[in-house]
Design a protein around this ligand. Structure first.
Ligand code: ZN
Length: 311
């Protein structure tokens, strides 16, 4: 039987500080009806609603922000990632300020609270956006290639000219189990040498060693990493959150090299403006083996290249 849409079994309440605004915000995640999607609600602005859609993207490379007229919801990516990682299709997110709290800089606090509340099936089939042709976006030396696949897989390679981060890559099939264990705990990071400049531009005003890995020239200032490749894993976490703006969970192998929020947004926009490259499918509809084999060969020629970069 095809997978069903899911929502939360009950409400979740979370309070914290916005990473960039530095302001306190109270957030409530409520169950949503089948087909309603993920919707943000600004309680402080006459309950103005902002659906989590690529159409409302308001580009920034530091975080993912949505806006509709004067109404903004900022830094939505880690919460969207948690919802997507737990296969939650429908939820109403009420906030009393513009920015989603940063908490510990990962998606784990959201995941823990949502799992405590539990989830429930809505008895309507989940609709996936199944890629049928490759889609590619580039910007300078950054690149993302999305290939058709019967599962959602992510590969992320980064290469920082910094002794502590350097080159690393991670590949994972994104399932609820793998998301909870190996992606959700990965924290956001910034370079110590960039912190002053960010503050001068009015960014990261709520940033501290409690909510972001701060990378100095000799090591991480926060103590130990949760994974040796925590930086690359966090990029996967961000990618999963940004892809939520497609409106349906993607079925593809998304291979990113040096991406960021801006390139994730470009991928989402390219996919949505290329309707011949995808179809809406249930979990029962799969790609024919012959076409999968063709894309597998393309992947085999590509992934060793990425591994080489990261080695
Ligand atoms: Zn992030």
């Amino acid at each position: 039987m095809a997978q069903s849409q899911k929502t939360l079994a009950g409400p979740v309440e979370i309070e914290g500080v916005g990473l960039h605004s530095g302001r306190r915000v109270a957030l409530r995640i409520l169950p949503g009806e089948a087909g309603s999607g993920i919707v943000f609600v600004r309680r402080d602005l006459d309950e103005a609603e902002i659906p989590a859609s690529y159409r409302l993207l308001n580009g920034s490379n530091f975080s993912t922000t949505l806006s509709r007229g004067q109404v903004v919801v900022a830094t939505v990516e880690h919460l969207l990632s948690a919802l997507q990682g737990l296969s939650i299709d429908n939820a109403r997110i009420e906030m009393d300020d513009a920015e989603v709290p940063i908490l510990d800089g990962s998606a784990l606090p959201f995941v823990d609270r949502i799992r405590e509340a539990g989830t429930r099936s809505l008895g309507r089939p989940r609709r996936f956006l199944a890629l049928t042709r490759p889609v590619r976006v580039t910007a300078g030396d950054k690149e993302i290639l999305a290939l058709p696949d019967n599962a959602f897989q992510a590969t992320y390679a980064i290469d920082f000219a910094h002794p502590v981060i350097g080159a690393q890559s991670v590949t994972t099939e994104v399932t609820e189990e793998s998301y909870i264990e190996s992606i959700a705990p990965a924290r956001t990071f910034c370079l110590l040498r960039d912190v002053e400049a960010m503050r001068r531009s009015g960014l990261a005003l709520g940033g501290s060693l409690d909510n972001a890995l701060v990378v100095g020239e000799d090591g991480v200032l926060n103590g130990s990493l949760r994974f040796p490749d925590e930086f690359a894993r966090h990029k996967v976490l961000d990618l999963i959150g940004d892809l939520t703006l497609l409106g349906s969970p993607i079925r593809a192998h998304v291979i990113a090299f040096k991406g960021g929020h801006r390139l994730h947004a470009a991928l989402v926009e390219k996919i949505m403006s290329t309707p011949s490259a995808w179809a809406i499918a249930t979990s029962d509809d799969t790609l024919p083996a012959a076409s999968l084999a063709r894309f597998a060969r393309l992947k085999d020629s590509l992934l060793p290249h990425l591994a080489g970069v990261a080695g």
